[in-house]
Structure formats: C-alpha cells, structure tokens
Design a protein around this ligand. Structure first.
Ligand SMILES: [Zn+2]
Length: 176
C-alpha cells in the first residue's frame, strides 16, 4: 500500500483522523496525537516521505495499512479494502455505505415527501441516495426531480461544505 500512496495522500489520511493537517519538518516528519488512544502529548511520529509511522505509546509502527489495522482492530485484507475505499471514494457513491454517515440533508417535494437525500460522510465525501420504498436506499438519484434545498439554512450550519454539496449535485445532474 505504501508504494501506491503519495506523500500528499499519506498526510491527508492522518489529517482525516486527527482533524488537523500534520505540520511536517523539512524531512517530512511530524508528531501527532495518536487517534488510537487518548493522547494529550503527541506520541505518534510520522514520516510522510517514507510513508511510515511509529507510535511511542502503542509501541507499534509500520505503513498506512498497519495503522488502519491498529485503528480499526481489523485484519490486513479489511484494512486494505477500507483504505482503497477511502482513497477513491471521496465523492463517489459506489462504496458509500462502508463509510460513516455524519449528516444527511433531505430534499422533499412541496408536500414533504422525501425525494432524495444528500449524505455527508466521515472522513470525507458526499453522495446522494433515494428511498427504495422498502425502508432502504438506492445510491443513484438519476430521474429524481430536482428540488431546491433550504440553502440558507445549510449555508449557516455547514458553510463551505454546503457549497460543495450543491456543486456535486449540479455535476451529477449534468450527467443525467
Ligand atoms: Zn498510539
């Protein structure tokens, strides 16, 4: 995994876990609070150039796959699958269900019937889905009527992410 991962993506990965962009020195190294445990004094050392990490508290180290295994307490195959999903799935809805949903935005018609939903994921990404009529979802909103969302409200609560959300929607609509 570490060979097909750019330095940029390596840093983005840790940013998505810690909520902060790692500030690396001239060698590409940084110290971060380890997301695997309560860590007030940063004990996670990363090297973006070599795509490796070592946590002095966990007393473990390795590449990004090993970190994913440690964090999720999963096996290598699962970790690699999760990472692949994360790497390619920032905006695509294809594997969207694997990620954690942190927010949903309902699009309803005049009578309040739900037409579709825009879903925001953690760590990053948006997707759209529509009800399948059987208490489930279909991750494809082609053919769904375009209705305006209460934009002012979204802008107020999530700021620039709402803009992205609208851009994504327009982009998807343009492909229908
Ligand atoms: Zn640790």
């Amino acid at each position: 995994m570490k060979h097909d991962l750019s330095e940029q993506k390596f840093l983005e990965y840790f940013e998505s876990l810690t909520g902060r962009r790692p500030r690396v020195n001239h060698k590409g190294e940084a110290m971060l609070p380890c997301p695997c445990h309560d860590d007030r004094n940063p004990s996670l050392s990363i090297n973006a150039r070599k795509r490796v990490w070592h946590c002095f508290a966990c007393n473990k180290g390795g590449g990004i796959t090993q970190f994913e295994m440690l964090l999720r307490k999963c096996d290598r195959a699962t970790a690699r699958r999760e990472l692949r999903t994360w790497l390619k799935g920032k905006t695509s809805g294809g594997e969207a269900t694997r990620r954690e949903i942190v927010e949903t935005y309902d699009y309803t018609d005049e009578t309040g019937v739900l037409l579709k939903q825009v879903v925001r994921f953690s760590p990053k990404g948006f997707a759209q889905r529509k009800p399948d009529g059987k208490d489930g979802w279909i991750w494809d909103v082609r053919g769904v009527r375009n209705v305006p969302y209460r934009l002012s409200e979204v802008m107020h609560t999530v700021g620039t992410e709402a803009c992205f959300c609208m851009l994504l929607q327009n982009h998807m609509l343009s492909r229908v």
